[in-house]
Design a binder for this molecule. Structure first.
Ligand SMILES: Nc1ncnc2c1ncn2[C@@H]1O[C@H](COP(=O)(O)OP(=O)(O)OP(=O)(O)O)[C@@H](O)[C@H]1O
Ligand SMILES: [Mg+2]
Length: 312
């Protein structure tokens, strides 16, 4: 494989006495991709990202970006990297246009008002450009954060949970924006709790759990490798039906009263339906669905990732 834009080797971050926030991980990220690091609370995502941003020192291992060691020469990377931290709060008393101009100044970039507004238009904040930042909604604040992270036209952009806590429309707006950013040639390192988000956006996914990378690949590869592409759902069929189905030699599981029959090969579908059709079923509904990254995640770490896992 060619040299990656990010190369991480044996990276660990331990907090004494016994927290292994990141535990010996290695990965390579290719340019111009959206790489998504997926994992539940406390998996080690932010720790990894902040090491790559030069903000935390690893206990051991190495990490390079564009061939530069992040622990030694971060200043040489600063102009090429953009960052949206997990806990981003914009400057309360500045309007978005002013915030962009101020932030540009920190990069020694002189930005006129109209240049700042052009950037705000890119993140769809034109209508809110003159409102004090403290009065922006959560999604608008996140868009402003992304605008600030784009000021230096970065080749690599870190977005740490950019859509957590946003409503579905705001999330979709940000997805579109992230896709546009990638189309312009920027590599995106995105952390998320949302499997749906990784599935929609990412070319390359690493599932992280308890400081380790437990799976790696494209969403499609992960589903093919760890999931079972399609599943027949016998909604509300219950354990009686499960027993009957298994008695006929068909692999099946039960989840919340639904019986799930995995179909590993689409050509098996007809035979499975024929076997099932002989059973007296009390199912409320029968349908097929494609397996998702969530199924992969559940198979791998047995943890349920839903809104309830999220921090406020
Ligand atoms: N400075 C610190 N001292 C001690 N433990 C820490 C410190 N920073 C992080 N940790 C621990 O390291 C683990 C990983 O934390 P991290 O913030 O990287 O997780 P995360 O995957 O980003 O989670 P979230 O999805 O909640 O943001 C957690 O158990 C956390 O409590
Ligand atoms: Mg985090």
């Amino acid at each position: 494989m060619s040299e990656g834009l990010i190369q991480v080797e044996g990276l660990s971050k331990h907090y004494p006495p016994d927290v292994k926030a990141v535990d010996d991980i290695s990965f390579t990220i290719q340019p111009r991709q959206i790489f998504s690091m997926l994992g539940p609370n406390g998996a080690g995502k932010t720790t990894t990202v902040e090491i790559l941003e030069g903000l935390r020192t690893p206990t051991s291992g190495t990490a390079t970006i564009f061939g530069v060691d992040v622990t030694k020469d971060y200043s040489t990377l600063r102009d090429r990297v953009g960052i949206l931290p997990q806990s981003f709060e914009p400057f309360d008393n500045l309007k978005p246009t002013e915030a962009v101009q101020y932030w540009a100044g920190l990069y020694d970039i002189k930005m006129t008002k109209s240049q700042a507004n052009f950037l705000l238009e890119r993140v769809d904040l034109t209508e809110r450009k003159s409102v004090l930042s403290r009065n922006l909604s959560g999604g608008e604040k996140r868009k402003l954060g992304i605008a600030l992270s784009l000021i230096n036209e970065p080749e690599l952009l870190f977005l740490d949970e950019p859509t957590t806590g946003l409503d579905p429309k705001a999330r979709r707006d940000l997805w579109r924006l992230i896709e546009e950013i990638r189309k312009k040639g920027t590599t995106v390192f995105l952390t998320t709790h949302y499997l749906e988000e990784a599935e929609k956006l990412a070319d390359d996914v690493a599932i992280m759990h308890k400081g380790k990378i437990v799976a790696r690949g494209s969403p499609h590869d992960l589903i093919a490798r760890y999931g079972k592409m399609t599943v027949i759902v016998l909604s509300g069929a219950g354990s009686e039906a499960l027993r009957e189905i298994r008695r006929r030699g068909i692999e099946a599981t039960e989840e919340n009263g639904d019986v799930l029959v995995p179909v590993k090969d689409p050509t098996e579908m007809r035979a499975i339906f024929q076997k099932i059709s002989g059973i007296e079923l009390q199912a409320k509904d029968i349908y097929t669905r494609r397996q998702t990254l969530e199924d992969v995640f559940l198979n791998l770490v047995g943890a349920k990732m839903d809104e309830g896992d999220l921090k406020p």
